[in-house]
Design a protein. Structure first.
Length: 360
């Protein structure tokens, strides 16, 4: 084990001088030289700082194979997804990620996954959780924004932190966080498309279509949540989402599965509040049917727009959509008192049985 050699390699990979590294760490260049020559070790309190600076784990600093570390982290994340459950409000899933963060405290992917899980858990079960549940997520978000330099993690963190502040009625804080986003990427996409050629150009255009379509439909759904609209107007907005996806994509299973399930479920909420049994059942049936189709025919045939599918390619959609978790979550939400008037309805009972079958 020679942490000095690792520091030397990482420093050279970033074209950093010993003097510059010493300046970052507020130590002398001679101290850095002694580390790299194997004559001394960094003080323990500097280890996580050095790891953060080079965006590596402390394991890697001590000579452990980074490939093994990355594999271990991926296993933790996958196991966490497998443990998602409405029964314990994702507590086992969250516990696994918390242990992962404790073991790999300098890994931004690990921390970002925990933030995401905390937020989605609160979104799903907030009525049964303490108001302070998201304090842990806020602390992690601030740490990521203060120290992480990886754009993907920063952008997802900004989105989640602004949503948390907004949910707490702290609009000024939410706007301040949103302002940390770079300016719109639409201009950059337009230029990239103009510069690209052949298949690369086609792939980029497809990416843009799907990205902006998903964004448009997300905003339509947000409109449907606004109290300024009547129940009838909200239904119209939700149907526009269904229509947009239907016009663009040839296969139902090829559309935004989670969003589409949620659109139909929210429509069922509106109809349930109106006491409209037939349409409540109809919308719930549409949501359950989407999940059943993914299980019955998980392989999606070619699409003209989805980038990942070539002319003769297929893809297992269940690899990117957790059908079982979505079914379990829907089953949990159908236990809400708003659906109590359907408790003896034969069609509603059938829907519950179909979801229980999916969940297994």
């Amino acid at each position: 084990m020679n942490i000095g050699k690792t520091i030397k390699r990482l420093r050279r990979e970033q074209n950093m001088t010993q003097e510059k590294l010493a300046d970052y760490l507020n130590i002398s260049p001679q101290a850095v030289s002694r580390w790299e020559n194997g004559l001394a070790m960094p003080d323990l309190h500097l280890i996580p700082i050095i790891a953060n600076l080079f965006e590596v784990t402390t394991d890697l600093l001590f000579g452990l194979d980074n490939t093994d570390v990355n594999a271990a982290i991926e296993i933790i994340i996958q196991k966490s997804a497998d443990l998602e459950s409405a029964q314990d409000k994702n507590e086992k899933s969250l516990s696994l990620l918390r242990n992962g963060v404790a073991k790999y405290p300098n890994n931004w992917l690990m921390k970002s996954e925990l933030v995401q899980k905390l937020y989605t858990t609160y979104a799903a079960y907030h009525a049964e959780l303490e108001p302070t549940f998201l304090d842990e997520a806020v602390k992690l978000c601030e740490e990521i924004l203060d120290n992480c330099t990886v754009d993907n993690y920063r952008y997802s963190t900004i989105e989640i932190l602004s949503a948390i502040y907004s949910s707490r009625g702290e609009t000024d804080k939410a706007l301040a966080v949103v302002n940390r986003f770079p300016s719109s990427c639409i201009t950059a996409d337009k230029i990239r498309i103009a510069l690209c050629r052949d298949n690369e150009k086609i792939d980029l255009i497809k990416d843009n279509i799907i990205t902006y379509t998903d964004a448009l439909c997300q905003r339509l759904r947000a409109l449907a949540f606004c109290d300024a609209y009547s129940a009838e107007e909200k239904i119209v907005l939700l149907n526009k989402i269904v229509g947009i996806y239907g016009a663009l994509l040839e296969n139902e299973a090829d559309r935004g599965t989670e969003l589409m399930c949620d659109v139909h479920r929210y429509a069922s909420v509106i109809y349930a509040e109106l006491g409209d049994t037939a349409n409540t059942i109809k919308e719930l049936d549409a949501s359950v049917t989407i999940l059943e189709k993914l299980l019955d025919t998980p392989t999606v045939s070619p699409s003209l727009i989805r980038r990942e599918y070539g002319v003769f390619d297929t893809i297992d959609k269940t690899e990117t959509t957790d059908v079982y978790y979505l079914a379990e979550e829907l089953l949990y939400k159908l236990g809400h008192k708003r659906y109590a008037f359907l408790i003896e309805d034969a069609d509603f009972i059938s829907l519950l049985e179909r979801l229980e079958y999916i969940v297994g």
